[in-house]
Design a protein around this ligand. Structure first.
Ligand code: BTN
Length: 246
């Protein structure tokens, strides 16, 4: 199978990293890079596809993964993936920081302005954890299904510049590798603290599912501690809406 031209350079020049990208597998088309990683992954393997036919998002949703428009990839880690929920969004944010300012929306969406440009899906099976990253790069608004158009954006639609998917991928892999090595050496705290700060949630009024209230803390697992009229709730996953403005 021929490597999609967008990623050919990655095969010739693999990333200079410790763990992430030990092996890079590139597909023109696949059902889901996360599924491949869960079934065939080894520690540090990166799976990237130009198109996914069954890309998965959080909360059981579909992730639209058309050919030529975005960066759809998965990084595989042996073990339980401690700290990855913090490392992954910070790695994406930091990799792109020179050209655009991304905000992290709990738990790990990345927004450019008020548009979601990147989603992250962590999954675990047996002793493998996969970090699936979907980054909208070249989309114009019409490339998104109508119901997503006012919420989703791409790097190009939001910054007005041209972006190169292979370069972005290389930069994210390098950032993620650095953060994974930091966790290896120092544990999760050096990443948890900046992630909590980047989420900017403590003190805010939010709604998540049927729960409404004020965030009083984020615990060591990244869960929201929410003070509601019915008592304190711990929220591990879901989609939040800010009730006190964006
Ligand atoms: C979200 O819902 O925000 C998470 C989206 C994650 C999408 C990525 S694309 C690469 C990887 N493979 C998948 O099937 N999903 C993730």
């Amino acid at each position: 199978m021929e490597t999609p031209a967008a990623y050919a350079d990655l095969e010739k020049n693999p990333p200079e990293t410790e763990v992430v990208g030990r092996e890079v597998v590139i597909f023109d088309e696949i059902d889901s890079t996360n599924t491949y990683g869960l079934e065939h992954g080894t520690d540090g393997m990166v799976i990237v596809a130009d198109r996914q036919t069954a890309g998965r998002g959080r909360q059981g949703r579909t992730w639209h993964s058309a050919a030529g428009l975005g960066l759809w990839f998965t990084v595989v880690f042996a073990g339980k993936g401690e700290g990855l929920p913090f490392a992954a969004p910070l790695a994406v944010r930091d990799a792109l920081a020179e050209r655009c300012e991304l905000r992290i929306k709990w738990p790990n969406d990345l927004l450019c302005g008020d548009k979601k440009v990147c989603g992250i899906l962590l999954e675990r099976r047996n002793d493998i954890t996969v970090v699936g990253i979907g980054l909208n790069v070249h989309h114009v608004p019409d490339d998104f299904p109508p119901e997503l158009r006012d919420k989703a954006g791409s790097l190009e639609s939001e910054t007005g510049g041209r972006w190169d998917r292979c370069r972005i991928l290389r930069d994210i892999l390098t950032q993620l590798d650095g953060k994974v090595m930091l966790i290896h050496d120092q544990g999760i705290e050096p990443l948890r603290a900046p992630w909590v700060e980047a989420c900017n949630l403590v003190g805010r009024r939010i709604q998540c599912g049927t729960h409404r209230g004020t965030v009083t803390d984020i615990d060591s697992h990244g869960a929201i501690i929410l003070n509601t009229s019915g008592g304190v709730q711990t929220i591990y996953s879901g989609d939040i809406t800010y009730l006190d403005g964006d």
